[in-house]
Write a protein that binds this ligand. Structure first.
Ligand code: C2O
Ligand code: CU
Length: 508
C-alpha cells in the first residue's frame, strides 16, 4: 500500500513539475527516451536455441531434461555477463511436442534458491502448471507430466516463483515450447504452407531488453521514476546483442516472443515492408493478415512471414508503441523508444518457398450467448479489484464445462496487460467494438490500454482441481511480483472450492 502511494505520488509530482517549472524534471523527461535507429552494429550471427533432445520412456511419454543453473554468457563483446540459464548459460532449449503426445519434463534446480518453471500458454492440470504453488527447491527435481491438447502454437516457459519472477526471467531463465498439430496445419496440393524448417526458415526470435553496467553485468535495480520496473537500453535476441540472420529462402517465418520484463515492442521493418501475421499466442490466425506492424507486450507472441529478394537487407525494428497513455507516463514506460532489433541478410540466391496458404486455422468461436458467468476485473496499482495476490486466497471458482465472459479494464495511467493460465481466450470486443485482426485468434496475454474495457470469452473444459489454483495476472513482471495477480480453481459442477495449499514465499 505504502509503495503504491509513493509511486503514484512520485510520478504525479514529476508530471506536474515538468509541466510547470521544467528544470531537473524537464531534463529527466527529455533524456528518458531511447533511439538506436541505424546505430546498432549487427555483427553477431543470431544464435538459434537448440531443440531439446527427448527420449521415449516405457509409457511412450516424450521425456525432456531441464536444469536451471548460474552461468556466464557473452551477451555482447567484452566481458561475459553473470547470468542464469537452462541447460546452458543463458535462456533454454526449445521444447517441441505434438498434439496428443504426453510429455514428461524433469526440471532440476541447480540454483541456490527456489525457482519454478511455468508453461506459459499451455492447457494442463493446475498441479503441472509450474506456478508459485510448484516451487522447486535447490538441488531438487520437479517432474510434471501432461498430454498436449491444443492447436499448434508458439508457447514459452519461464520461472514463476512468488515475488521473484522478474529477477529470475531477467537473469536468463526462459525458453520456447513449440506445439505442432498435424490435424490443423495447412496441407494438401494448392494449400500452400508456412515455412517450418526450424533454424532455417522458421526462426525463434526471443526479444529482451537489458541494462548492462560498464563491466557488462546486469543492472537489476530500476529507476525511481519507472512505474513498470526495469526498461533496458540494450536489446538481446536469443541472448545476443547486434544479431544478424542469414536468410537462404524466399520467405521466412519469425516466431517473435516478447520475453522482456516490461517493454512493449511495436515490430516492423525499417523499409516499412509488408509482412503476413500468421499466428498469435495460442496458434495460427484464421487467415494471414497483411500488415507493417505488430505490437507485443510482455509475454505475447506473434508469428510473421516475411519475403526477401536475393541479396537484400532489412532490419527488424521496434517503433514507438501505442501505449494509450498520457505523454508523461508514456515517456517513462518506453512509449517513445525506437530500437533496432535484428538484421535480415538475404543470400544472393534464395531457395523457393511455398506460397502462403489463404486459410490457416478455424477462428475461435466461443458463443457468448452460452456464457454462464460474467466477471469484471479492474487492474490498478498492484491490485486486481482492489486485492493484491495472497497465495492462500482463492479469488473465485470456475465450473468445469463453463464458458465465461471476463471483462478486463486497466484503470490507472500505467502499463498493464492481462494473462490467464490454463486456457487460451477469445477477444470478443475492445471498447465495445470488434477486435482488430491481430486479436482474431487465440490469446493468453493481452495488452490492456488504460480505461479501455476488453471482453474475453474463456472455456474451461477439463482439469478440475478444487484446491490447486491457476493464476491470472499482469505480465509486467514487476507488477506481478508486487501482487497484481489472482487465483482461481476449476471445480466439478457440484463441488465447492477448497482452500489453497500453504503458500511458499521465498524472502531474498
Ligand atoms: Cu508467463 Cu503466469 O505467466
Ligand atoms: Cu501491470
Amino acid at each position: 500500500m505504502k509503495r503504491r502511494t509513493l509511486l503514484k505520488a512520485g510520478l504525479g509530482g514529476v508530471g506536474a513539475a515538468a509541466l510547470g517549472a521544467g528544470g531537473t524534471y524537464g531534463w529527466w523527461f527529455s533524456s528518458a527516451d531511447i533511439d538506436t535507429a541505424g546505430r546498432v552494429d549487427f555483427s553477431s550471427r543470431l544464435p538459434i536455441p537448440p531443440l531439446a533432445p527427448a527420449r521415449r520412456d516405457a509409457k511412450g511419454r516424450k521425456v525432456f531434461e531441464l536444469r536451471a543453473a548460474p552461468g556466464e554468457h557473452r551477451l555482447r563483446p567484452g566481458r561475459p555477463t553473470a547470468t542464469w540459464g537452462i541447460n546452458g548459460s543463458y535462456l533454454g532449449p526449445t521444447l517441441r511436442a505434438a498434439r496428443d503426445e504426453t510429455v514428461l519434463v524433469h526440471v532440476r534446480n541447480g540454483l541456490r534458491e527456489p525457482t519454478s518453471l511455468h508453461w506459459h500458454g499451455m492447457h494442463l492440470p493446475a498441479r503441472m502448471d509450474g506456478g508459485p504453488h510448484q516451487p522447486v527447491e535447490p538441488g531438487r527435481t520437479w517432474s510434471p507430466t501432461w498430454t498436449i491438447d491444443q492447436p499448434a502454437a508458439t508457447l514459452w516457459y519461464h520461472p514463476h516463483p512468488h515475488g521473484e519472477t522478474a529477477r529470475h526471467v531477467y537473469r536468463g531463465l526462459a525458453g520456447l515450447f513449440l506445439l505442432d498439430d498435424p490435424k490443423t496445419k495447412p496441407s494438401g496440393p494448392g494449400d500452400g504452407a508456412l515455412p517450418h524448417h526450424y533454424g532455417i526458415d522458421d526462426i525463434p526470435v526471443i526479444v529482451q531488453d537489458k541494462l548492462l553496467d560498464d563491466d557488462n553485468q546486469l543492472v537489476e535495480s530500476h529507476p525511481r521514476l519507472s512505474e513498470v520496473g526495469l526498461l533496458g537500453d540494450v536489446i538481446c535476441v536469443n541472448g545476443t546483442t547486434g544479431p544478424y540472420l542469414p536468410v537462404t529462402t524466399e520467405r521466412i517465418r519469425l516466431r517473435l516472443l516478447n520475453a522482456s520484463n516490461a517493454r512493449v515492442y511495436d515490430f516492423g521493418f525499417t523499409d516499412d515492408r509488408h509482412f503476413a501475421l500468421v499466428g498469435t499466442d495460442g496458434g495460427l490466425l484464421p487467415a494471414p493478415h497483411r500488415t507493417t506492424r505488430i505490437q507485443l507486450s510482455p509475454g505475447e507472441r506473434a508469428e510473421i512471414v516475411v519475403a526477401l529478394r536475393p541479396g537484400e537487407r532489412t532490419v527488424l525494428r521496434s517503433f514507438p508503441p501505442d501505449l494509450g497513455m498520457n505523454f508523461m507516463s508514456r515517456r517513462f514506460t518506453g512509449g517513445d523508444d525506437t530500437l533496432d532489433i535484428l538484421e535480415l541478410r538475404a543470400a544472393r540466391t534464395l531457395r523457393p518457398s511455398p506460397r502462403l496458404p489463404d486459410q490457416l486455422a478455424t477462428a475461435p468461436a466461443l458463443a457468448a450467448r452460452n456464457a454462464s458467468v460474467d466477471r469484471k476485473f479492474g487492474m490498478a496499482g498492484f491490485a486486481i479489484n482492489g486485492k493484491s495476490m495472497d497465495m492462500r486466497r482463492i479469488d473465485f471458482a470456475v465450473r468445469r464445462g463453463a464458458t465465461e465472459i471476463w471483462e478486463v479494464t486497466a484503470t490507472d495511467e500505467t502499463l498493464h496487460n492481462f494473462h490467464v493460465h490454463d486456457v487460451q481466450f477469445q477477444v470478443l470486443s475492445v471498447d465495445g467494438k470488434r477486435p482488430p485482426p491481430e486479436l482474431a485468434g487465440w490469446k493468453d496475454t493481452l495488452h490492456t490500454r488504460p480505461g479501455v474495457p476488453y471482453r474475453l470469452a474463456l472455456r474451461f473444459t477439463d482439469h478440475s482441481d478444487r484446491t490447486m489454483p491457476y493464476m491470472y495476472h499482469c505480465h509486467v513482471l514487476y507488477h506481478e511480483d508486487q501482487g497484481l495477480m489472482g487465483q482461481f480453481v476449476v471445480t466439478e459442477p457440484d463441488e465447492k472450492p477448497g482452500s489453497a495449499p500453504e503458500g511458499h514465499h521465498h524472502e531474498p
